[in-house]
Write a protein that binds this ligand. Structure first.
Ligand code: ATP
Length: 282
């Protein structure tokens, strides 16, 4: 049996630059990981099947599961005869803007690489991952990175200064395409990509907190007022910075002291079912 940890991603920044000819928006973002994890195990089967075992009934276990898709692609690419049972123990909230499905797919590529003793380099796994989802190369490395295009990994950055992360997911599911459809590029919303880069380069926690920004936040926030309420609540109760991740609805806040993190946690726990305390990894 092989085990892999699949950490959630958060956006430190997310900017949208222009609409591309292929209909997607060109994005520019800095992402990192936190120790809010799914845990996956991989076991060889006697037959040829791919079986995904996941407890939550609202997560697909068929070929709609990104881990299943990753396993299928590994089997095809490397002509693997023996099947695999993938068990996913999920802690990452689903449809949250935390790349839960993508990180499971990335863990599957890494896990099967070990299970079948393929010894393929991570760059090669990224080439497979990108065929399933643009976030997957980022998730394969799980490092702090600058991403561009539709979200493809461009380059690694320093890991952020250590901090507590309070993660709150309001009880609503957001469809990313729906948020992008409502994006009006003529409206200005400042995103501090360069400041964030500088904060990572210099390990400046305060500057990092000031640079957290997301071009999609006003769109999701106007549709679902809970997003802004949680953010304000976090800032009012001692978070040094707070922002929505991805297209939402999850909002996270940063603190340096554990006591401060507990305080923010308690403040948002009353108004939100899914609240977690984690650490920045990256
Ligand atoms: P992103 O941040 O990449 O936009 P997300 O965090 O918003 O992703 P996911 O948790 O990845 O969203 O789930 C989005 C959809 O993907 C869900 O509706 C779910 O049915 C499907 N899905 C496929 N595979 C998985 C998986 N392994 N875990 C969770 N959801 C999955």
């Amino acid at each position: 049996m092989i085990y892999e940890t699949a950490p959630a991603k958060i956006n430190l920044t997310l900017d949208t630059l222009f609409k591309r000819d292929d209909g997607f928006h060109e994005v520019e973002m800095i992402m990192t990981t936190i120790d809010l994890n799914d845990r996956l195990s991989f076991e060889l089967r006697k037959d040829k099947k791919i079986v995904v075992d996941v407890e939550q009934s609202y997560v697909p276990s068929d070929n709609k599961n990104l881990a299943y898709k990753a396993a299928e692609l590994m089997k095809e690419t490397y002509n693997l005869k023996q099947g695999v049972t993938i068990t996913i123990d999920k802690d990452i909230p689903v449809s949250a803007g935390l790349a839960g499905g993508s990180t499971d797919a990335a863990a599957t590529l890494r896990g099967m690489n070990r299970l079948y003793k393929l010894n393929r380099p991570l760059e090669e796994l990224c080439e497979l991952g990108i065929q399933i989802g643009t976030d997957i190369p980022f998730c394969i490395y799980g490092r702090t990175a600058f991403c561009r295009g539709k979200g493809e990994l461009i380059g690694f950055m320093n890991k952020p200064p250590s901090a507590w992360v309070i993660v709150a997911k309001p009880d609503l599911g957001i469809s990313s395409p729906d948020i992008f459809k409502r994006l009006d590029l003529t409206q200005v919303h400042e995103v501090y990509t360069e400041t964030c880069k500088e904060a990572l380069d210099t390990g400046n926690y305060e500057l990092l907190c000031n640079s957290l920004s997301n071009r999609l936040e006003p769109i999701s926030g106007e549709m679902y007022s809970d997003i802004y309420k949680i953010k304000e609540n976090m800032l009012k109760n001692g978070a040094d910075g707070a922002v929505m991740s991805g297209s939402g609805p999850t909002v996270y806040g940063l603190t340096q002291k554990e006591r401060q993190a507990r305080h923010v946690y308690n403040a948002v726990n009353g108004c939100c079912n899914e609240v977690y305390i984690a650490r920045l990894l990256g």
